[in-house]
Design a protein around this ligand. Sequence first.
Ligand SMILES: [Zn+2]
Length: 451
Amino acid sequence: MIANVLVMIRKRSRTVIGAALLGCCFMTPQAALAADCPGNPNALGTSRTIVVDPREHPRIGTMQYPETLPLADHEVVLTFDDGPLPKYSNQVLAILASQCVKATFFTIGSQARFNPEGVRKLIAAGHTVGTHSQNHPLTMNKMPLEKVRQEVDDGIASTLAALNGDKSKLAPFFRIPGLMRAEIPEAYLASQGIQVWSADFPADDWRHISPQRVYDLAIQRIEAKHKGILLLHDIQPRTVAALPRILNTLRERGYRIVHVVPATADRPATPTQPQQWFMHPPTETVATTRWPRIPNFVFTATRTLPAPVFADMDWRDADVLDHAQRARVGVPVRTLWPQPQVAQLAPVSTLPIPAADVFRVPEALDLTLLAARSATNRRVAAAGAPRAQAISARQARHPKQAAHQVPAAAHGRSRGAPLHVAPPAASNAAVHVAKRTPRAEASAAGKRVPD
Ligand SMILES: [Zn+2]
């Protein structure tokens, strides 16, 4: 049949090729499935079966794990927990059969012991059967390994007992009760080659909600992700009531049901690419991989960090120093790095020093101080004296203060000594800083100590 399709494709135009491919891959199987479902020409059907290897993908279901089943868009896997319970499980089986849909059931060991025939019905109907612990404890996330092992192993043994010990009929799939995942049960299950199934969307059918609500939640959540594993319970009457509508709506909206079976020695896993195991492949959703990275500039740190001195680098540049000594070359006293003058100043020392007149002001508030400086300005301006002359005049009155006016380099300043700069003549900026910032106020207060 495929060969015939290919021959036909070669003979037709590109447009027809597209239509032929669509018919080949989507329309024909659905139509065939409907025709193959006895008594229901409009059945949803099972579109395909995928084979998975639990050892390659030990945990699935995006409710809790990064990976999920390698489904295509609009493909859904149905799962049912907590059975078998004849009253409702049998109805679920009948509904699925009416739509020719295959699902995965996670049975509880104690339920299987009580109703082994229910387990056999699941297998006879062609569904996949995994397990869900022996007693359905909701504390598996807190259990020590020994109790985890007992719950898992007993649940498998009980279900296997219903199948007369035929391991080929039981899938190595496990759903942790209440989805109470933890490292201990996950590690144990992985060590046994058992795949942990979470889900991609629940329908909250274990809660006391109406069948309508179960239907609404199931459809809304499926539509939000467009594909994935639906978590249901075959022991709930509300699930039985909602299931026919869920399946009909999925069919009407173009969804397809996928059946999942485990890989075996003679049934290899369906070939897949790693990205197919993610709900949203990274290349489609991770914007940061496609956009240029924004540089992370640091503006503040570079202004206050002191420039490195050579001594700071001795421990890592010992070779350089040794070479210099062996060659009887003077040890370099300057850093090899540019040493900006401003960078060595502590932030406080960059503030202008108050004018000498300030120290003559007795106890006063900032407001009074500023007024006095303004008066000085006016006097200097009125005399028409240039700024340099005003400074010289103050230097003459205060020789100690005058030393600070000399550039540090010419003053023989030792390393680490504060480098004072000549204050601007009561500039507005200086007044502004002294008035507004707490640091400036603290600095000014310290300088008010009488000389
Ligand atoms: Zn459960």
